[in-house]
Every structure is written in structure tokens, then in C-alpha cells.
Ligand binder design. Structure first.
Ligand SMILES: Nc1nc2c(ncn2[C@@H]2O[C@H](COP(=O)(O)OP(=O)(O)OP(=O)(O)O)[C@@H](O)[C@H]2O)c(=O)[nH]1
Ligand SMILES: [Mg+2]
Length: 320
């Protein structure tokens, strides 16, 4: 077989025309970061902004993948295509056995309207928090109208990623303590919609009360949107229609109020800031190995120079 030497623009063109293998290769480049990853970003950015990003997060095993799978089924029934990014999943997404009975992920494996990808950070300069928005932007740019991002809602990076969607969904389970954990993990602030999944189990009303109480205490500000709390049984699909209606309602609300545009602008600003920070950090690390660094360190240790003045001298080199 001939070696595959397609350039990034060629791959991008193919992906736009619906070539899934090309898309998968572009996503690998994005994951890896580096110059080719940047080239993908350059091509994708001007074309992005039409797709819509939904983040799903919650404790491990809350049923995020099962719910995602049910949503895929819901959208596909209407002929709407969808992409899924599973961020560092603790359970494999395509396993089938771990997924709900009604709509197994395998059913979607051969459907050209569905694209599912597990993301891991493979040496990307900014890790997953920078690779994920780039991947989402690529999917947006090639014309996917919906992208769902699943992250486990533990850990700062994961919560941060989930919170950077257009609509963020927090999945909890019935029973004492789950909503308290969600609160501790910082999920209350980022939730636009709460799903109480596994509503076939005991304790739905208690969990709803807990969430309502916490919502009372949290500052919703002047926001026109009050996060709804929706019971769902992802395994059977019960409540999935209502859930998706809530996503559509949230989208319509923030589109009309200008909040969506604000969120996106803020997100891009944060991304830019993060990129600059990472690059300065790298540069500083490079500088911190040279001769000048050793001299300054020695001077500080010998009390000839205070650390701030030494840092000034160091930073002169990078214009910061
Ligand atoms: N009883 C019941 N079980 C469910 C429901 N939804 C999901 N499950 C089960 O819960 C388990 C975990 O579901 P997943 O969808 O893999 O959960 P997840 O949140 O994606 O898990 P991680 O990605 O590992 O964090 C599976 O055994 C599902 O079959 C539900 O509505 N009711
Ligand atoms: Mg999962």
C-alpha cells in the first residue's frame, strides 16, 4: 500500500466532504498538538461558529454515556447528525456492554451521521483543556451541527472542560449525597440543566429537593434561565425527549438574550489567554536552564540580588 502523505489542507477538504478517516486523522493531529495541530486550528477556526456544543458531566458511572447514546438515538430518529467527544473516559465508550439496552453505541458505529471519538492528551502543549476546544471546533467547522462532550465531573480540568460548552448538563443519580458531591466538585455553578438519571431507582424526590435547595443558595444573578431538574432513565429512554427539549429551550434562551455570544467570546478569550500562558511558561522553562539562570540563582542564593530583581532580568529576555 502506498504511504499516506495527505497534507493537512487535503485532509481537511476530505473531512469537510464527509470522509471519516480524514476526520479521525485530523483529530489525532489536534490531540498531539504541534505544528500540524496548529494548522488544523488555522483551517477550522474561520469556518466554525455554526455548531452547538453540549457538555455532559457527572460522577463516574452516573450514566453519561448511556444518556449520550440515548440522545444520539433521539437525534438520529430526526435525521440530525451528531458528534461525540468522550474525554479520558474511565470506561470505554464503544464497549457496547456498558451501554444502555435500548440504544447501544454499536448501533451507531456504521451510521455516517454519528461520529464518536475518545480524547486523550498526547503531549498537547495545553493538555486536554486546550485540545478539547480545538477538537470541538474542528467538528463544528466540517459541519457537525451538534457535538456532545462527555467528561467525568471530578478534577479541575474535567469540570473546566464541561463548563466551557454552550449548554452544560450535570448528571446525578438518586440517593442521598450525590448532589452534595456534585456541589463539592463545583458542578452547581456550571449546570444549565440537571438530569437525575437512573430515575427508576429510589430517592428521586430527595435528590430533587437537595438540588433545589442548593440552587436557592447559589447565585443565579439576573439570569433569565433557571436550571431545570429532569428525571431520566437513560437505559430505557424515559425522559430523554423532555431532556432534549430542555437543551433546545436553553439554547433558544441564550441565543435570544445574547448570552450564547457572550459565552463563546469569553471562552475564546480564555483559550487565547491559556495559550499565551503556556507558551510563556515553556519559554521560561527553556530560559531557566541556561547560564544566565545559573548565575542569577547563585546571586540570589548569595544575597547579592533579590528574587524579584533576578526575575526581572530573566524576563527581559522574553519581553514579559
Ligand atoms: N438502573 C439504571 N441504570 C442505568 C441507567 N443509566 C445507566 N445505567 C447503568 O449505569 C452504569 C454506568 O453507565 P454509563 O453510561 O457507563 O455511565 P458513565 O457516567 O458514562 O460512566 P463513566 O464514563 O465510567 O464515568 C451502566 O451499567 C448502565 O447500564 C438508568 O437510567 N437506570
Ligand atoms: Mg462514560
Amino acid at each position: 500500500m502506498a504511504a499516506r502523505v495527505d497534507s493537512v489542507p487535503e485532509l481537511f477538504g476530505s473531512a469537510c466532504a464527509g470522509d471519516r478517516a480524514a476526520l479521525a486523522r485530523l483529530l489525532s493531529l489536534v490531540e498531539r498538538g504541534g505544528d500540524q495541530g496548529r494548522e488544523v486550528s488555522r483551517l477550522a477556526h474561520p469556518l466554525s461558529g455554526n455548531g452547538y456544543l453540549v457538555g455532559l458531566t457527572g460522577a463516574p458511572g452516573a450514566g453519561k454515556s448511556t444518556l449520550t447514546s440515548a440522545v444520539i438515538g433521539h437525534l438520529r430518529a430526526q435525521g440530525i447528525s451528531v458528534a461525540v467527544l468522550a474525554i479520558d473516559p474511565s470506561s470505554p465508550f464503544t464497549g457496547g456492554a456498558i451501554l444502555g439496552d435500548r440504544v447501544r453505541m454499536q448501533d451507531h458505529a456504521t451510521d455516517p451521521g454519528v461520529f464518536i471519538r475518545s480524547m486523550a492528551s498526547r503531549g498537547h502543549l495545553g493538555g486536554l483543556s486546550l485540545a478539547t476546544p480545538e477538537a470541538a471546533r474542528l467538528l463544528d467547522a466540517i459541519g457537525r451541527p451538534w457535538t456532545l462532550i462527555e467528561t467525568v465531573g471530578v478534577g479541575q480540568v474535567e469540570v473546566e472542560i464541561a463548563g466551557k460548552a454552550d449548554t452544560t448538563v450535570v448528571v446525578v443519580n438518586p440517593g442521598w449525597g450525590d448532589s452534595v458531591q456534585a456541589n463539592k466538585a463545583g458542578l452547581m455553578e456550571i449546570a444549565d440543566i440537571f438530569v437525575i438519571n437512573k430515575a427508576d431507582r429510589m430517592g428521586v424526590d430527595e435528590t430533587r429537593r437537595d438540588l433545589e435547595q442548593m440552587l436557592e443558595l447559589s447565585d443565579l444573578g439576573a439570569s433569565a434561565w433557571r436550571p431545570p431538574i429532569l428525571p431520566v432513565v437513560a437505559t430505557t429512554g424515559e425522559g430523554v425527549d423532555e431532556f432534549w427539549s430542555a437543551v433546545l429551550a436553553h439554547r433558544a434562551t441564550i441565543e435570544a438574550s445574547g448570552e450564547l455570544a457572550r459565552r463563546r467570546k469569553y471562552r475564546l478569550g480564555e483559550e487565547l489567554r491559556q495559550i499565551v500562558t503556556r507558551r510563556l511558561e515553556l519559554r521560561a522553562r527553556q530560559l531557566a536552564t541556561g547560564e544566565k539562570w545559573e548565575r542569577l540563582k547563585a546571586d540570589v542564593a548569595d544575597h547579592l540580588l533579590d528574587p524579584w530583581t533576578a526575575a526581572d532580568e530573566m524576563l527581559d529576555g522574553i519581553g514579559g
